[in-house]
Design a protein around this ligand. Sequence first.
Ligand code: ADP
Ligand code: ADP
Ligand code: MG
Length: 497
Amino acid sequence: MIKKILIANRGEIAIRVIKTCNALGIKSVAVYSDEDVSSKHVKMASEAYHIGAASPAESYLNIKKIVETAVSCGADAIHPGYGFLSENADFADLCEKKKLNFIGPSGESMRLCGDKMLCKAAMAKAKVPTVPGSPGIVEEVEKALDIAHTIGYPVLLKSVFGGGGRGIRLVHNEQELKQEFELASGESKAAFGKSELFVEKFLPKIRHIEFQLARDKHGNAVHIFERECSIQRRHQKLIEMSPSPVVDQKTRDEVGQLAVKATIAVDYTNAGTAEFLRLDDGTFYFIEINARLQVEHPVTEFVSGLDLVKLQIDIANGEEIPFKQKDLKVNGCAIECRINAEDTFLDFAPSTGRVSDVNIPSGPGVRVDTYLYPGCTVSPYYDSLMAKLITWGQNFEESRQRMRIALSDFYVEGVETSIPLYKTILDTNEFIKGDLSTDFLDRFKILDRLRDDLKKEVSQKGDAALAATLVHSEFLKNRIRPNKEQSVHWKTQLDRH
Ligand code: ADP
Ligand code: ADP
Ligand code: MG
């Protein structure tokens, strides 16, 4: 039985795991970099150990140091959170070798999920439909041209080992493909250490709908409904919800069973997520399995009443999932907004610095997972996610209204945030009607609407800070091209690591 868990992560997710440890009477061990000496996860854990310099390579990705720390402090398990080492199969293997219970799937299964080509092949065998594309890795541009010709343009060049919305490029024709192929492969090498690419048909006006899954070591598997994550920027999610406005119980049962089949196909254990793209005609295509706890897991916790971190720990302990598929029913509706430290008008560039003040909303059906406190720092070294604001309601409209009010109550002074953007989105008719797609921001010119909303607010309230944001946005409008539909050239803060 697990008694002490080292959390190989930082920020809100480290805190999230500590909370369940406390609830279960399990000791929690935090690790931290130079940059995180005063971070909240360090203060909240039962014990905390310094593991290295600010750069992730020297701290949160430092496998040797993390495993050494776990062994020497007497931890019996490791929770990897998301990002960092969470999908690193070598890390999972080393943990098991050192008799540390890795709270996640086996290294072997993770290797299958992390290699999008191997995973697609496993799905083909299990008869889970995937997006049309190359049957394997595409090593030369000539082969890519052949495949693109067969499936038809536009196509995506995808990094076999990509993640976090990075390593995806859209090409419209032969000429673009010739230009982009080498660049994409070089970029993939730089970001993921491996240059392999594959080709996939680009699907227009799609929804991203994923299923939460759990499978125990005895082979019992369930899905815990879907999450709709179609509101994105740079192929990364901004707003998620459960249930999806376009998934009825019949579809949930059908696609949920496909998702369960997908986990069996890669012999997956613990909690995971199967991601799908849904076309307008209702067709679902599997894209990948995320072999970890997902950023947006709280929406599933709200509508299922489960503690997914507890479920992860129980499964790692070798316990059977204590319920069956038929026991699970969607209760109400939950929405999550990822509160990022970023400048919406500056192409979503990260915004960093000291947070001088913060107000965290609360109230019935309101949950905030965050590392923020007045005086804390948003570091340039790590992800821009500062907080997750999640609301629950009996139905979509109640959840949306609670979200609108909570967003108005939420302020973070000292850095730019995505809060104003969400206020605008939540009030659009398209969002209210559930007319969602991964190109929502472009399709409905959301940034222009945000500018108009800011203008209105400034004229009503005369708020100096808002006025400054507005001037800044007008200035940038004339210099920065709007995000061209799905044109993927992502420069996230991770690129700088
Ligand atoms: P989710 O599907 O959980 O919403 P995201 O795609 O937003 O996941 O990724 C979660 C976080 O993990 C992101 O903030 C991203 O920085 C990080 N991440 C995801 N995949 C990778 C990867 N392959 N390498 C590095 N970081 C990653
Ligand atoms: P990652 O591993 O980086 O999360 P995914 O394959 O899961 O990459 O895709 C991330 C996002 O990219 C999707 O949610 C979707 O918005 C977009 N995307 C992926 N594949 C396609 C496709 N074939 N056509 C159109 N958009 C896609
Ligand atoms: Mg994905």
